[in-house]
Design a protein around this ligand. Structure first.
Ligand SMILES: [Zn+2]
Length: 198
């Protein structure tokens, strides 16, 4: 049996309006985020396993991918210390976001008029606490399948273009902890996200 066939693939479901932690994810392992039903955004945050103060940075990611807000195959996620955390090795959608915060209770209630309830920030923070990470370290996410459109300096968020089965696969460039949430915003349909680890 060769090395590849000995690897065990594990599959997990991130239920609608929840988050789930995947830790440790070792350097060289692959994490695949699948939009099972289509049109569902998944917030993706990542921490250095050894020191979670080093964590995903939206702005460092924008700079080190060549001053772009458009991430796809070949792009990497960078940390607050400007290190590569993961690299996108497959992407069947091609439209994601690296500039928005996670939704939270205030955004849902006051900005989107979408009810008085927890959002992705609260769900992600709860999983951080389970990993022993101070929730105040919560980084703004790589928002997989979020369809942010730029027109000059104005941004708007359109419905995702992801269809059922679309996925993004990222390869870890360092030992890390990942947390994925299935975005709680009602207009995305409150659908599950599948995550597989290889
Ligand atoms: Zn959300």
């Amino acid at each position: 049996m060769d090395e590849a066939s000995e690897q065990v693939m594990a599959s997990f479901i991130v239920d609608p309006c929840t988050a789930r932690a995947f830790s440790p994810l070792r350097r060289g392992q692959e994490i695949k985020v699948i939009d099972l039903k289509g049109g569902q955004v998944a917030d993706f945050i990542v921490f250095n396993l050894e020191d979670p103060r080093e964590r995903l940075s939206q702005s460092q990611t924008m700079v080190f991918n060549g001053q772009t807000l458009s991430l796809s195959k070949g792009s990497s996620l960078y940390s607050t210390k400007q290190n590569k955390m993961l690299t996108i090795i497959e992407d069947t959608c091609g439209r994601h976001d690296i500039m928005h915060p996670p939704c939270n209770r205030k955004i849902l209630r006051d900005y989107l008029a979408d009810g008085d309830r927890d959002g992705c920030e609260e769900h992600l923070a709860s999983e951080m606490e389970k990993l022993g990470i101070d929730p105040s370290l919560l980084p703004y996410p790589f928002n997989i399948f979020q369809n942010t459109i730029m027109e000059g300096y104005k941004a708007r968020v359109d419905p995702p273009i992801s269809r059922a089965g679309d996925f993004v696969t990222l390869k870890a460039e360092m030992d890390c902890s990942v947390i994925v949430s299935s975005c709680a915003i009602s207009s995305y349909g409150k659908k599950p996200i599948e995550v597989t680890i290889n």
